[in-house]
Each structure stands twice: as structure tokens, then as C-alpha cells.
Design a protein around this ligand. Structure first.
Ligand code: HMG
Ligand code: MG
Length: 323
């Protein structure tokens, strides 16, 4: 990838554009204690698309006994009828999930595997090798039906049960997922434990194992490191980033983890770096404010908080965009 000509904090060339994969409706809402009404989910996705997001993960076809919050994903997919203009991946753990996704009209599925044995068992009720064999069947069947398949490597940096993860092991798993035909593999800091040194080690190992244009990064923000970790990875040339509006999220099987990198904060940073995203920040903040109202709390995004609670922040954004 040719750089934007702009250099990051450590002097690395940054990409010209970044594709944001908005995971709020899935990773963001799957961990909510209460049930989020279907209408609120539909209006969230409407708002995200109106803000310019072109990849929005709509939900998951997992066991409703494991994750009841996602039980209405069939209705979401049917409502939006995913198109070429907006890709709406849905998470599937097995062939049953794939069948349900297909029946609802999904065109892209996301499979997920864990770099550690303990997380695989906690999240998928299967060993790493069994889950890989299962995902390989899912990926083959999905591609046979003309669907696109995205991959996730959970615990690419740290595991809530086993601690730090060896970067080479996570990279090897990413290579297995691309070998199955995943068009992109998202390397996930599931617990949000990483700071840039660990994030860089993970990303460098992934780049050595998988073509860089097939790597995405996915940071949870437990320790406030998600944005700086993302910047470090952009400086390596990675140009796909997962994030969640208002910083919603968490995984039910990753105790203590906070939500994802907030999309509003990511967009503010990318705007400032002159990296194209085609996202309307005001519209994004509005979508985040609406779902935060439904959930009864303030957005976790600092950008959203500044824009909604400080009048002077609007002037700052104007200056920011005019540089
Ligand atoms: P299991 O209990 O071993 O499944 O769970 P099973 O095959 O024995 O089936 C048990 C029952 O579930 C059966 O129904 C199946 O039909 C049903 P019953 O006969 O008892 O009535 N079932 C399903 N129903 C709907 N959809 C399905 C499905 N599969 C089985 N797909 C299973 C195994 C994989 C299903 C379970 O462990 C599961 O659903 N896990 C998903 C957990 C999850 O969604 N975690 C959060 C997402 S991952 C994440 O957040 C991380 C990520 O963001 C990246 C990161 O940050 O790391 C992606
Ligand atoms: Mg996640």
C-alpha cells in the first residue's frame, strides 16, 4: 500500500484510506444485560449506514441459550436485505448458524476462533482443533453458496484465562483462517490488555503470516489503549479497523473486558491525519447518542461526549477538519 504521505507518531507511513468495520450492533450489543428492542437495533443500523459506514456487523447466529441478546438477528438481516453497497457480516459458529444466516438472507458470515484452548472452550464449547475443523466446514459450505467469509482470531494478544499469548501462535491461526478462504482476518485484543508494544508484536507476526491487505485489527478499550494500539498498527500499513459506535461492547466470555474502540474517536483521529473514511462524524455521533439513550448511559466515546456536552467542541472539530 502506498502511504498517505503523512507519518505517524513513530514516523511510519500511514495508509491513504481506512475501511472501518462497525461491530456495534453485534459485539456492542451482545453483552447487554437487558434485551435491546429490535426497533432500536434497526434504527442504530440505519443511523450507522446514514453516517457512511459500509461494513456493519449486524448480529450473530449463535445459540440463543449462550447469547440471548442476538436472538433476533434473523429479523435484522431480513429487514436490511444486505446489498452490494453495505456489507453486513453476521457471526456464525457452526453449520447450524450458517443455515440460519443463509435462510435469513445474509451474504457475508464471520467465523471466529481463539488462539487459546481455554477461550475456545469457554466461547465455543470446543477445543481449538475441533473448532477449527468445524469452521473449515462452515467456510467451505458458505463459499460453496457464494457467500463471503470473514475471520476473527480472538485472544490474539491476551486471554482472560491463560494470560499473554505468543504472537506467532495467533498469526498461525490467522493463516489457517485465510487458507480456509477468509477474505480478511481480524486480529482481536479480546480483553483489551494490549498496549502498543504488545499490539505491534501481534500485528508484525500477523503480517509475516498473512498478506497485509487481509488483516484487520480489533481492540477492546479496557485500559484506554485501543486508539493508540490502532495507530501503531496503521503505521505498519494495516488499513482495516474494527470499532464500535459509542464504544459499546464486550464479550460475555471475556470477563472484565470493556467495549471496543469507539468509532467516533477513530474517525476523529483519522480525520486529523487526513486519512479518508467517508464517515460523517456528526451523523455518527447522533447514531451513538440514540443507542446510548436506549441503553440509559452516556457514550464511552470521548469525541461523542465532547460534541454532545461542550458547545465549544464543535468549533474545535471545525478547526480540526480544516487543517
Ligand atoms: P453447544 O451447547 O455445544 O451446542 O454450544 P450444541 O451443538 O450441543 O447445541 C445445543 C443447542 O443449541 C441445540 O438446541 C442446537 O440446535 C442449538 P437444542 O437441541 O438444545 O434445542 N444451536 C444453535 N441454535 C442457534 N444457532 C446456532 C446453534 N448452534 C447450536 N448456531 C455453540 C456450541 C457454538 C453453539 C455455542 O458455544 C455458541 O453459540 N457460542 C457462541 C458464543 C458467542 O456468541 N460469543 C460471543 C461472540 S465471539 C466474540 O465476541 C469475540 C469477537 O468479538 C472477537 C474478540 O473480541 O475476540 C468476535
Ligand atoms: Mg470483540
Amino acid at each position: 500500500m502506498t502511504g498517505s504521505g503523512i507519518h505517524g507518531a513513530s514516523g511510519g507511513a500511514l495508509p491513504n484510506s481506512v475501511r472501518i468495520v462497525e461491530v456495534g450492533p453485534r459485539d456492542g450489543l451482545q453483552n447487554e444485560q437487558g434485551v435491546v428492542p429490535l426497533a432500536a437495533k434497526l434504527s442504530l443500523i440505519d443511523g450507522l449506514v446514514a453516517a457512511g459506514l459500509r461494513t456493519v456487523e449486524a448480529g450473530s447466529f449463535v445459540s440463543p441459550r449462550w447469547v440471548p441478546q442476538m436472538a433476533d438477528t434473523d429479523r435484522i438481516v431480513a429487514h436490511f436485505r444486505p446489498s452490494d453497497a453495505v456489507e453486513m457480516p453476521v457471526l456464525v459458529p457452526n453449520l447450524r448458524g450458517l443455515e440460519l444466516a443463509k435462510a435469513a438472507g445474509a451474504r457475508t458470515v464471520a467465523v471466529f476462533a481463539a488462539a487459546t484452548e481455554s477461550f475456545s472452550r469457554a466461547n465455543l464449547n470446543a477445543s481449538r482443533s475441533d473448532s477449527l475443523a468445524r469452521l473449515s466446514e462452515v467456510a467451505a459450505a458458505a463459499q460453496g453458496d457464494g457467500m463471503r467469509v470473514r475471520g476473527y482470531v480472538s485472544c490474539a494478544v491476551h486471554c482472560p484465562y491463560e494470560g499473554w499469548v505468543e504472537p506467532g501462535g495467533a498469526a498461525e491461526l490467522a493463516a489457517s483462517l485465510t487458507d480456509m478462504g477468509c477474505y480478511e482476518v481480524s486480529m482481536c485484543d479480546t480483553t483489551g490488555a494490549a498496549s502498543p508494544g504488545r499490539a505491534l508484536a501481534m500485528a508484525k507476526a500477523a503480517i509475516a503470516a498473512v498478506p497485509i491487505d487481509r488483516i484487520a485489527v480489533h481492540f477492546h478499550d479496557t485500559f484506554g489503549q485501543a486508539l493508540v494500539n490502532t495507530l501503531a498498527c496503521l503505521e505498519l500499513g494495516i488499513s482495516v479497523v474494527d470499532s464500535s459506535v459509542s464504544g459499546l461492547g464486550g464479550c460475555p466470555y471475556s470477563p472484565g473486558a470493556a467495549g471496543n474502540l469507539a468509532t467516533e474517536d477513530l474517525v476523529y483521529m483519522l480525520d486529523g491525519l487526513g486519512i479518508a473514511t467517508c464517515i460523517d462524524l456528526d451523523a455518527l455521533v447522533k447514531a451513538g447518542a440514540q443507542i446510548s439513550d436506549v441503553l440509559g448511559r452516556k457514550p464511552a466515546s470521548r469525541t461523542a461526549l465532547a460534541l454532545t456536552s461542550r458547545r465549544s467542541a464543535r468549533r474545535i472539530v471545525k478547526d480540526h477538519l480544516s487543517n
